[in-house]
Design a protein around this ligand. Structure first.
Ligand SMILES: [Zn+2]
Length: 260
């Protein structure tokens, strides 16, 4: 009887031990996943500029990304004004600009501050969809920096596929092609973009572009600065798609020089 009791106690103890070990393994893998993404321990500074056309949900995107950036140890200045590009003290203190500011207009001085920061001072810029590549339509030098300009999204919200074409780049490594229901961006693009993912158009909404393959994710240089762009993200819920959000987060980390 006693032996049986002791045996069952031992059994419970061994089960408990297994549970604890398994929990520790799970916890470790969660932390390992986080630490895998960031390679720099130095706290860097980011300027997050949001505004412009409300349809692209600049506030929701701010609320999606800023907490994630802060949780990874980055210092983030959040600004609803393009006047931040005039603030020399601020601009000289940052490592990266993230901008979601669709359409709208930018003054000559604001644009000069932004372009100088990237081109001459080597500050990176990252963004997505129209917040970067359909901003300030009058400003061609700005478009020269971004590497592309949205021109159409035939059919509006449609089902389409994103194809990973660079499986070695750390931004797209390990990811498979994925489907999206959103705007498929048809863009005028710079041939010097380093394209990581593309999307191919059907003839359903504009028959003459059947089979056209356009960049959907790229990285490039503008002077001394690095530029990262993804055309995904018409609304913030597009980033519920794990591949779409992973690409954006890794692109931001690459811009910071912190992607392993
Ligand atoms: Zn859009």
């Amino acid at each position: 009887m006693f032996e049986k009791k002791e045996n069952s106690l031992l059994y419970v103890k061994s089960k408990l031990f297994t549970c604890i070990v398994l929990s520790l393994i799970c916890l470790q893998s969660v932390f390992a996943e986080d630490s895998l993404e960031i390679s720099s321990s130095k706290a860097k500074s980011i300027l997050f500029v949001y505004g412009g056309w409300e349809g692209h949900e600049p506030e929701k995107c701010r609320d999606l990304l800023v907490p994630w950036l802060k949780s990874n140890g980055y210092k983030v200045t959040v600004s609803p004004s393009l006047d931040s590009y005039l603030d020399k003290k601020l601009m000289s203190s940052i490592d990266l600009i993230i901008q979601i500011y669709t359409m709208s207009t930018i003054t000559e001085e604001q644009e000069a501050g932004l372009l100088k920061a990237v081109r001459d001072d080597g500050i990176s810029i990252a963004g997505w969809h129209g917040g970067l590549a359909d901003a300030f339509r009058q400003n061609t030098e700005y478009q020269f920096m971004v590497g592309g300009q949205w021109v159409s999204h035939p059919g509006g919200i449609i089902d389409y596929e994103v194809n990973i074409i660079d499986h070695n780049d750390p931004i797209t490594k390990g990811l498979s092609d994925f489907k999206v229901k959103s705007e498929q961006y048809y863009m005028h693009v710079d041939p010097f973009n380093e394209v990581l993912a593309t999307t191919t158009f059907s003839d359903e909404h504009a028959h003459w572009i059947k089979g056209a393959t356009l960049p959907a994710v790229w990285k490039k240089r503008y002077g001394k600065g690095k530029v990262f762009y993804t055309s995904l993200g018409h609304t913030s819920d597009v980033f519920d798609i794990p591949e779409a959000f992973t690409i954006l987060k890794r692109g931001i980390l690459w811009s910071l020089g912190d992607l392993k």
